[in-house]
Design a protein around this ligand. Structure first.
Ligand code: SF4
Ligand code: SF4
Length: 363
């Protein structure tokens, strides 16, 4: 039976065309877990502030402030703002934090692979939690046959293509700038909250199925469906850091490949260039040889990037970038509290709030 073999035997088994159960992850990389907990705590705090603020507005209380970080959950609006910024030179102040977060995520991809996915993203953390829970119960990691795995992976690129085509090809420059000031976009974060607090039966089914699938197949959403992850993955091809294996120090034990959540054959590569590498450093943390597996920067930078330095860079880049945006005035939206109260009082159900791209009826 495949699952009675040692990790090395499993790694060497020519089973890439079958559905296989790989050996379990070993010691989790606690430094990253700590960063994930910090990140989730921050997002929960933002969520709580946002819910409290919207609830206050519904009751005419305007003393609270809207947490700009919530705009990180508006990636489509952020992509449109990015195009608008590129074409007009104007940094849209409707959801500036969303654009700042998008830029920081792309910058992270350029410098530190898909570290956003494995260190900071709440969905990635939830997917990892489900994967670990699944492993605790079944002591196995299910991997699909290569043909099915690759076919499913193409879905996230198709979704990215769909959104990219809609935003960068079908919409004109004028339509983009008009969309950004629509009532729909101004209250997109509040509409998103209402979507989650008033889930339709279909949405509940979809979320439940995705959760179950992520439990059975580790990282189902991230690996197969997340267009954001697909975008960061493509950007990460140009990342200046990557995991490198020094063959002279490697004993070919296969532990790095066995713990890789992206099923990458780290033990067979000299450098991990894959778009699926999330920079989680589980391989580095679990390698028993000190020098065999390291994060390396550009050629002129001789030293290895130690995991703790990598963690500081991830946090510093993301939260430091946010602080710079905050200080320089590119963080808080210029949509006034009074305008939002007025819109909420009149209700967000009109035609101007239900269709992306509809010409603005008022500004
Ligand atoms: S890089 Fe490390 S974990 Fe991977 S095969 Fe070599 S010695 Fe083992
Ligand atoms: S290769 Fe290493 S850093 Fe990349 S996803 Fe796999 S375990 Fe994480």
């Amino acid at each position: 039976m495949f699952w009675n073999k040692t990790a090395e035997e499993k790694q060497n088994t020519k089973s890439r065309c079958k559905m296989v159960f790989q050996s379990p992850p070993r010691a989790p990389f606690r430094l990253r877990t700590g960063v994930q907990i910090f990140s989730i705590g921050t997002i929960l705090l933002i969520g709580w502030q946002f819910i409290t603020w919207v609830h206050g507005l519904e009751n005419g209380i305007t003393t609270g402030t809207r947490p700009p970080g919530v705009e990180g959950f508006l990636p489509i609006s952020a992509l449109m703002s990015l195009r608008h910024w590129y074409e007009s030179g104007e940094f849209s102040m409707i959801h500036p934090a969303g654009l700042v977060i998008l830029c920081l995520i792309l910058l992270t991809g350029l410098l530190l692979k898909k570290a956003f996915c494995s260190w900071l993203c709440p969905v990635g953390a939830f997917a990892e939690f489900l994967a670990r829970l699944s492993h605790r119960l079944f002591r196995r990691r299910l991997k699909l046959p290569v043909w099915l795995d690759y076919s499913l992976m193409s879905l996230k690129y198709l979704l990215l293509l769909f959104f990219g085509y809609a935003i960068f090809v079908t919409m004109t420059k004028l339509e983009i700038s008009e969309f950004l000031v629509t009532p729909y976009n101004k209250v997109a974060d509040i509409k998103m909250l209402y979507f989650f607090t008033d889930l339709s039966t279909t949405s509940i089914w979809v979320l439940s199925i995705l959760t179950i699938l992520s439990f059975v197949l580790p990282y189902f959403w991230c690996r197969y469906l997340c267009p954001y992850g697909a975008l960061i993955g493509l950007v990460s091809l140009f990342s200046i850091t990557r995991v490198k294996r020094h063959e002279a120090d490697c004993t070919n034990c296969g532990k790095c490949a066995a713990v890789c959540p992206s099923f990458l054959a780290v033990d067979l590569k000299t450098a991990v260039n894959s778009v699926e590498c999330t920079g989680c450093l589980e391989c580095v943390a679990n390698c028993p040889e000190d020098e065999a597996l390291q994060v390396r920067g550009p050629r002129f930078f001789q030293n290895r990037v130690k995991p703790v330095v990598f963690a500081v860079l991830v946090l510093g880049l993301f939260y430091g970038g946010i602080q710079i945006a905050r200080i320089s005035g590119y963080w808080r939206s210029n949509v006034s509290q009074a305008e939002l109260v007025d819109r909420i009082e009149k209700g967000l159900e009109g035609p101007e709030y239900d269709h992306v791209g509809r010409p603005p009826s008022d500004k």
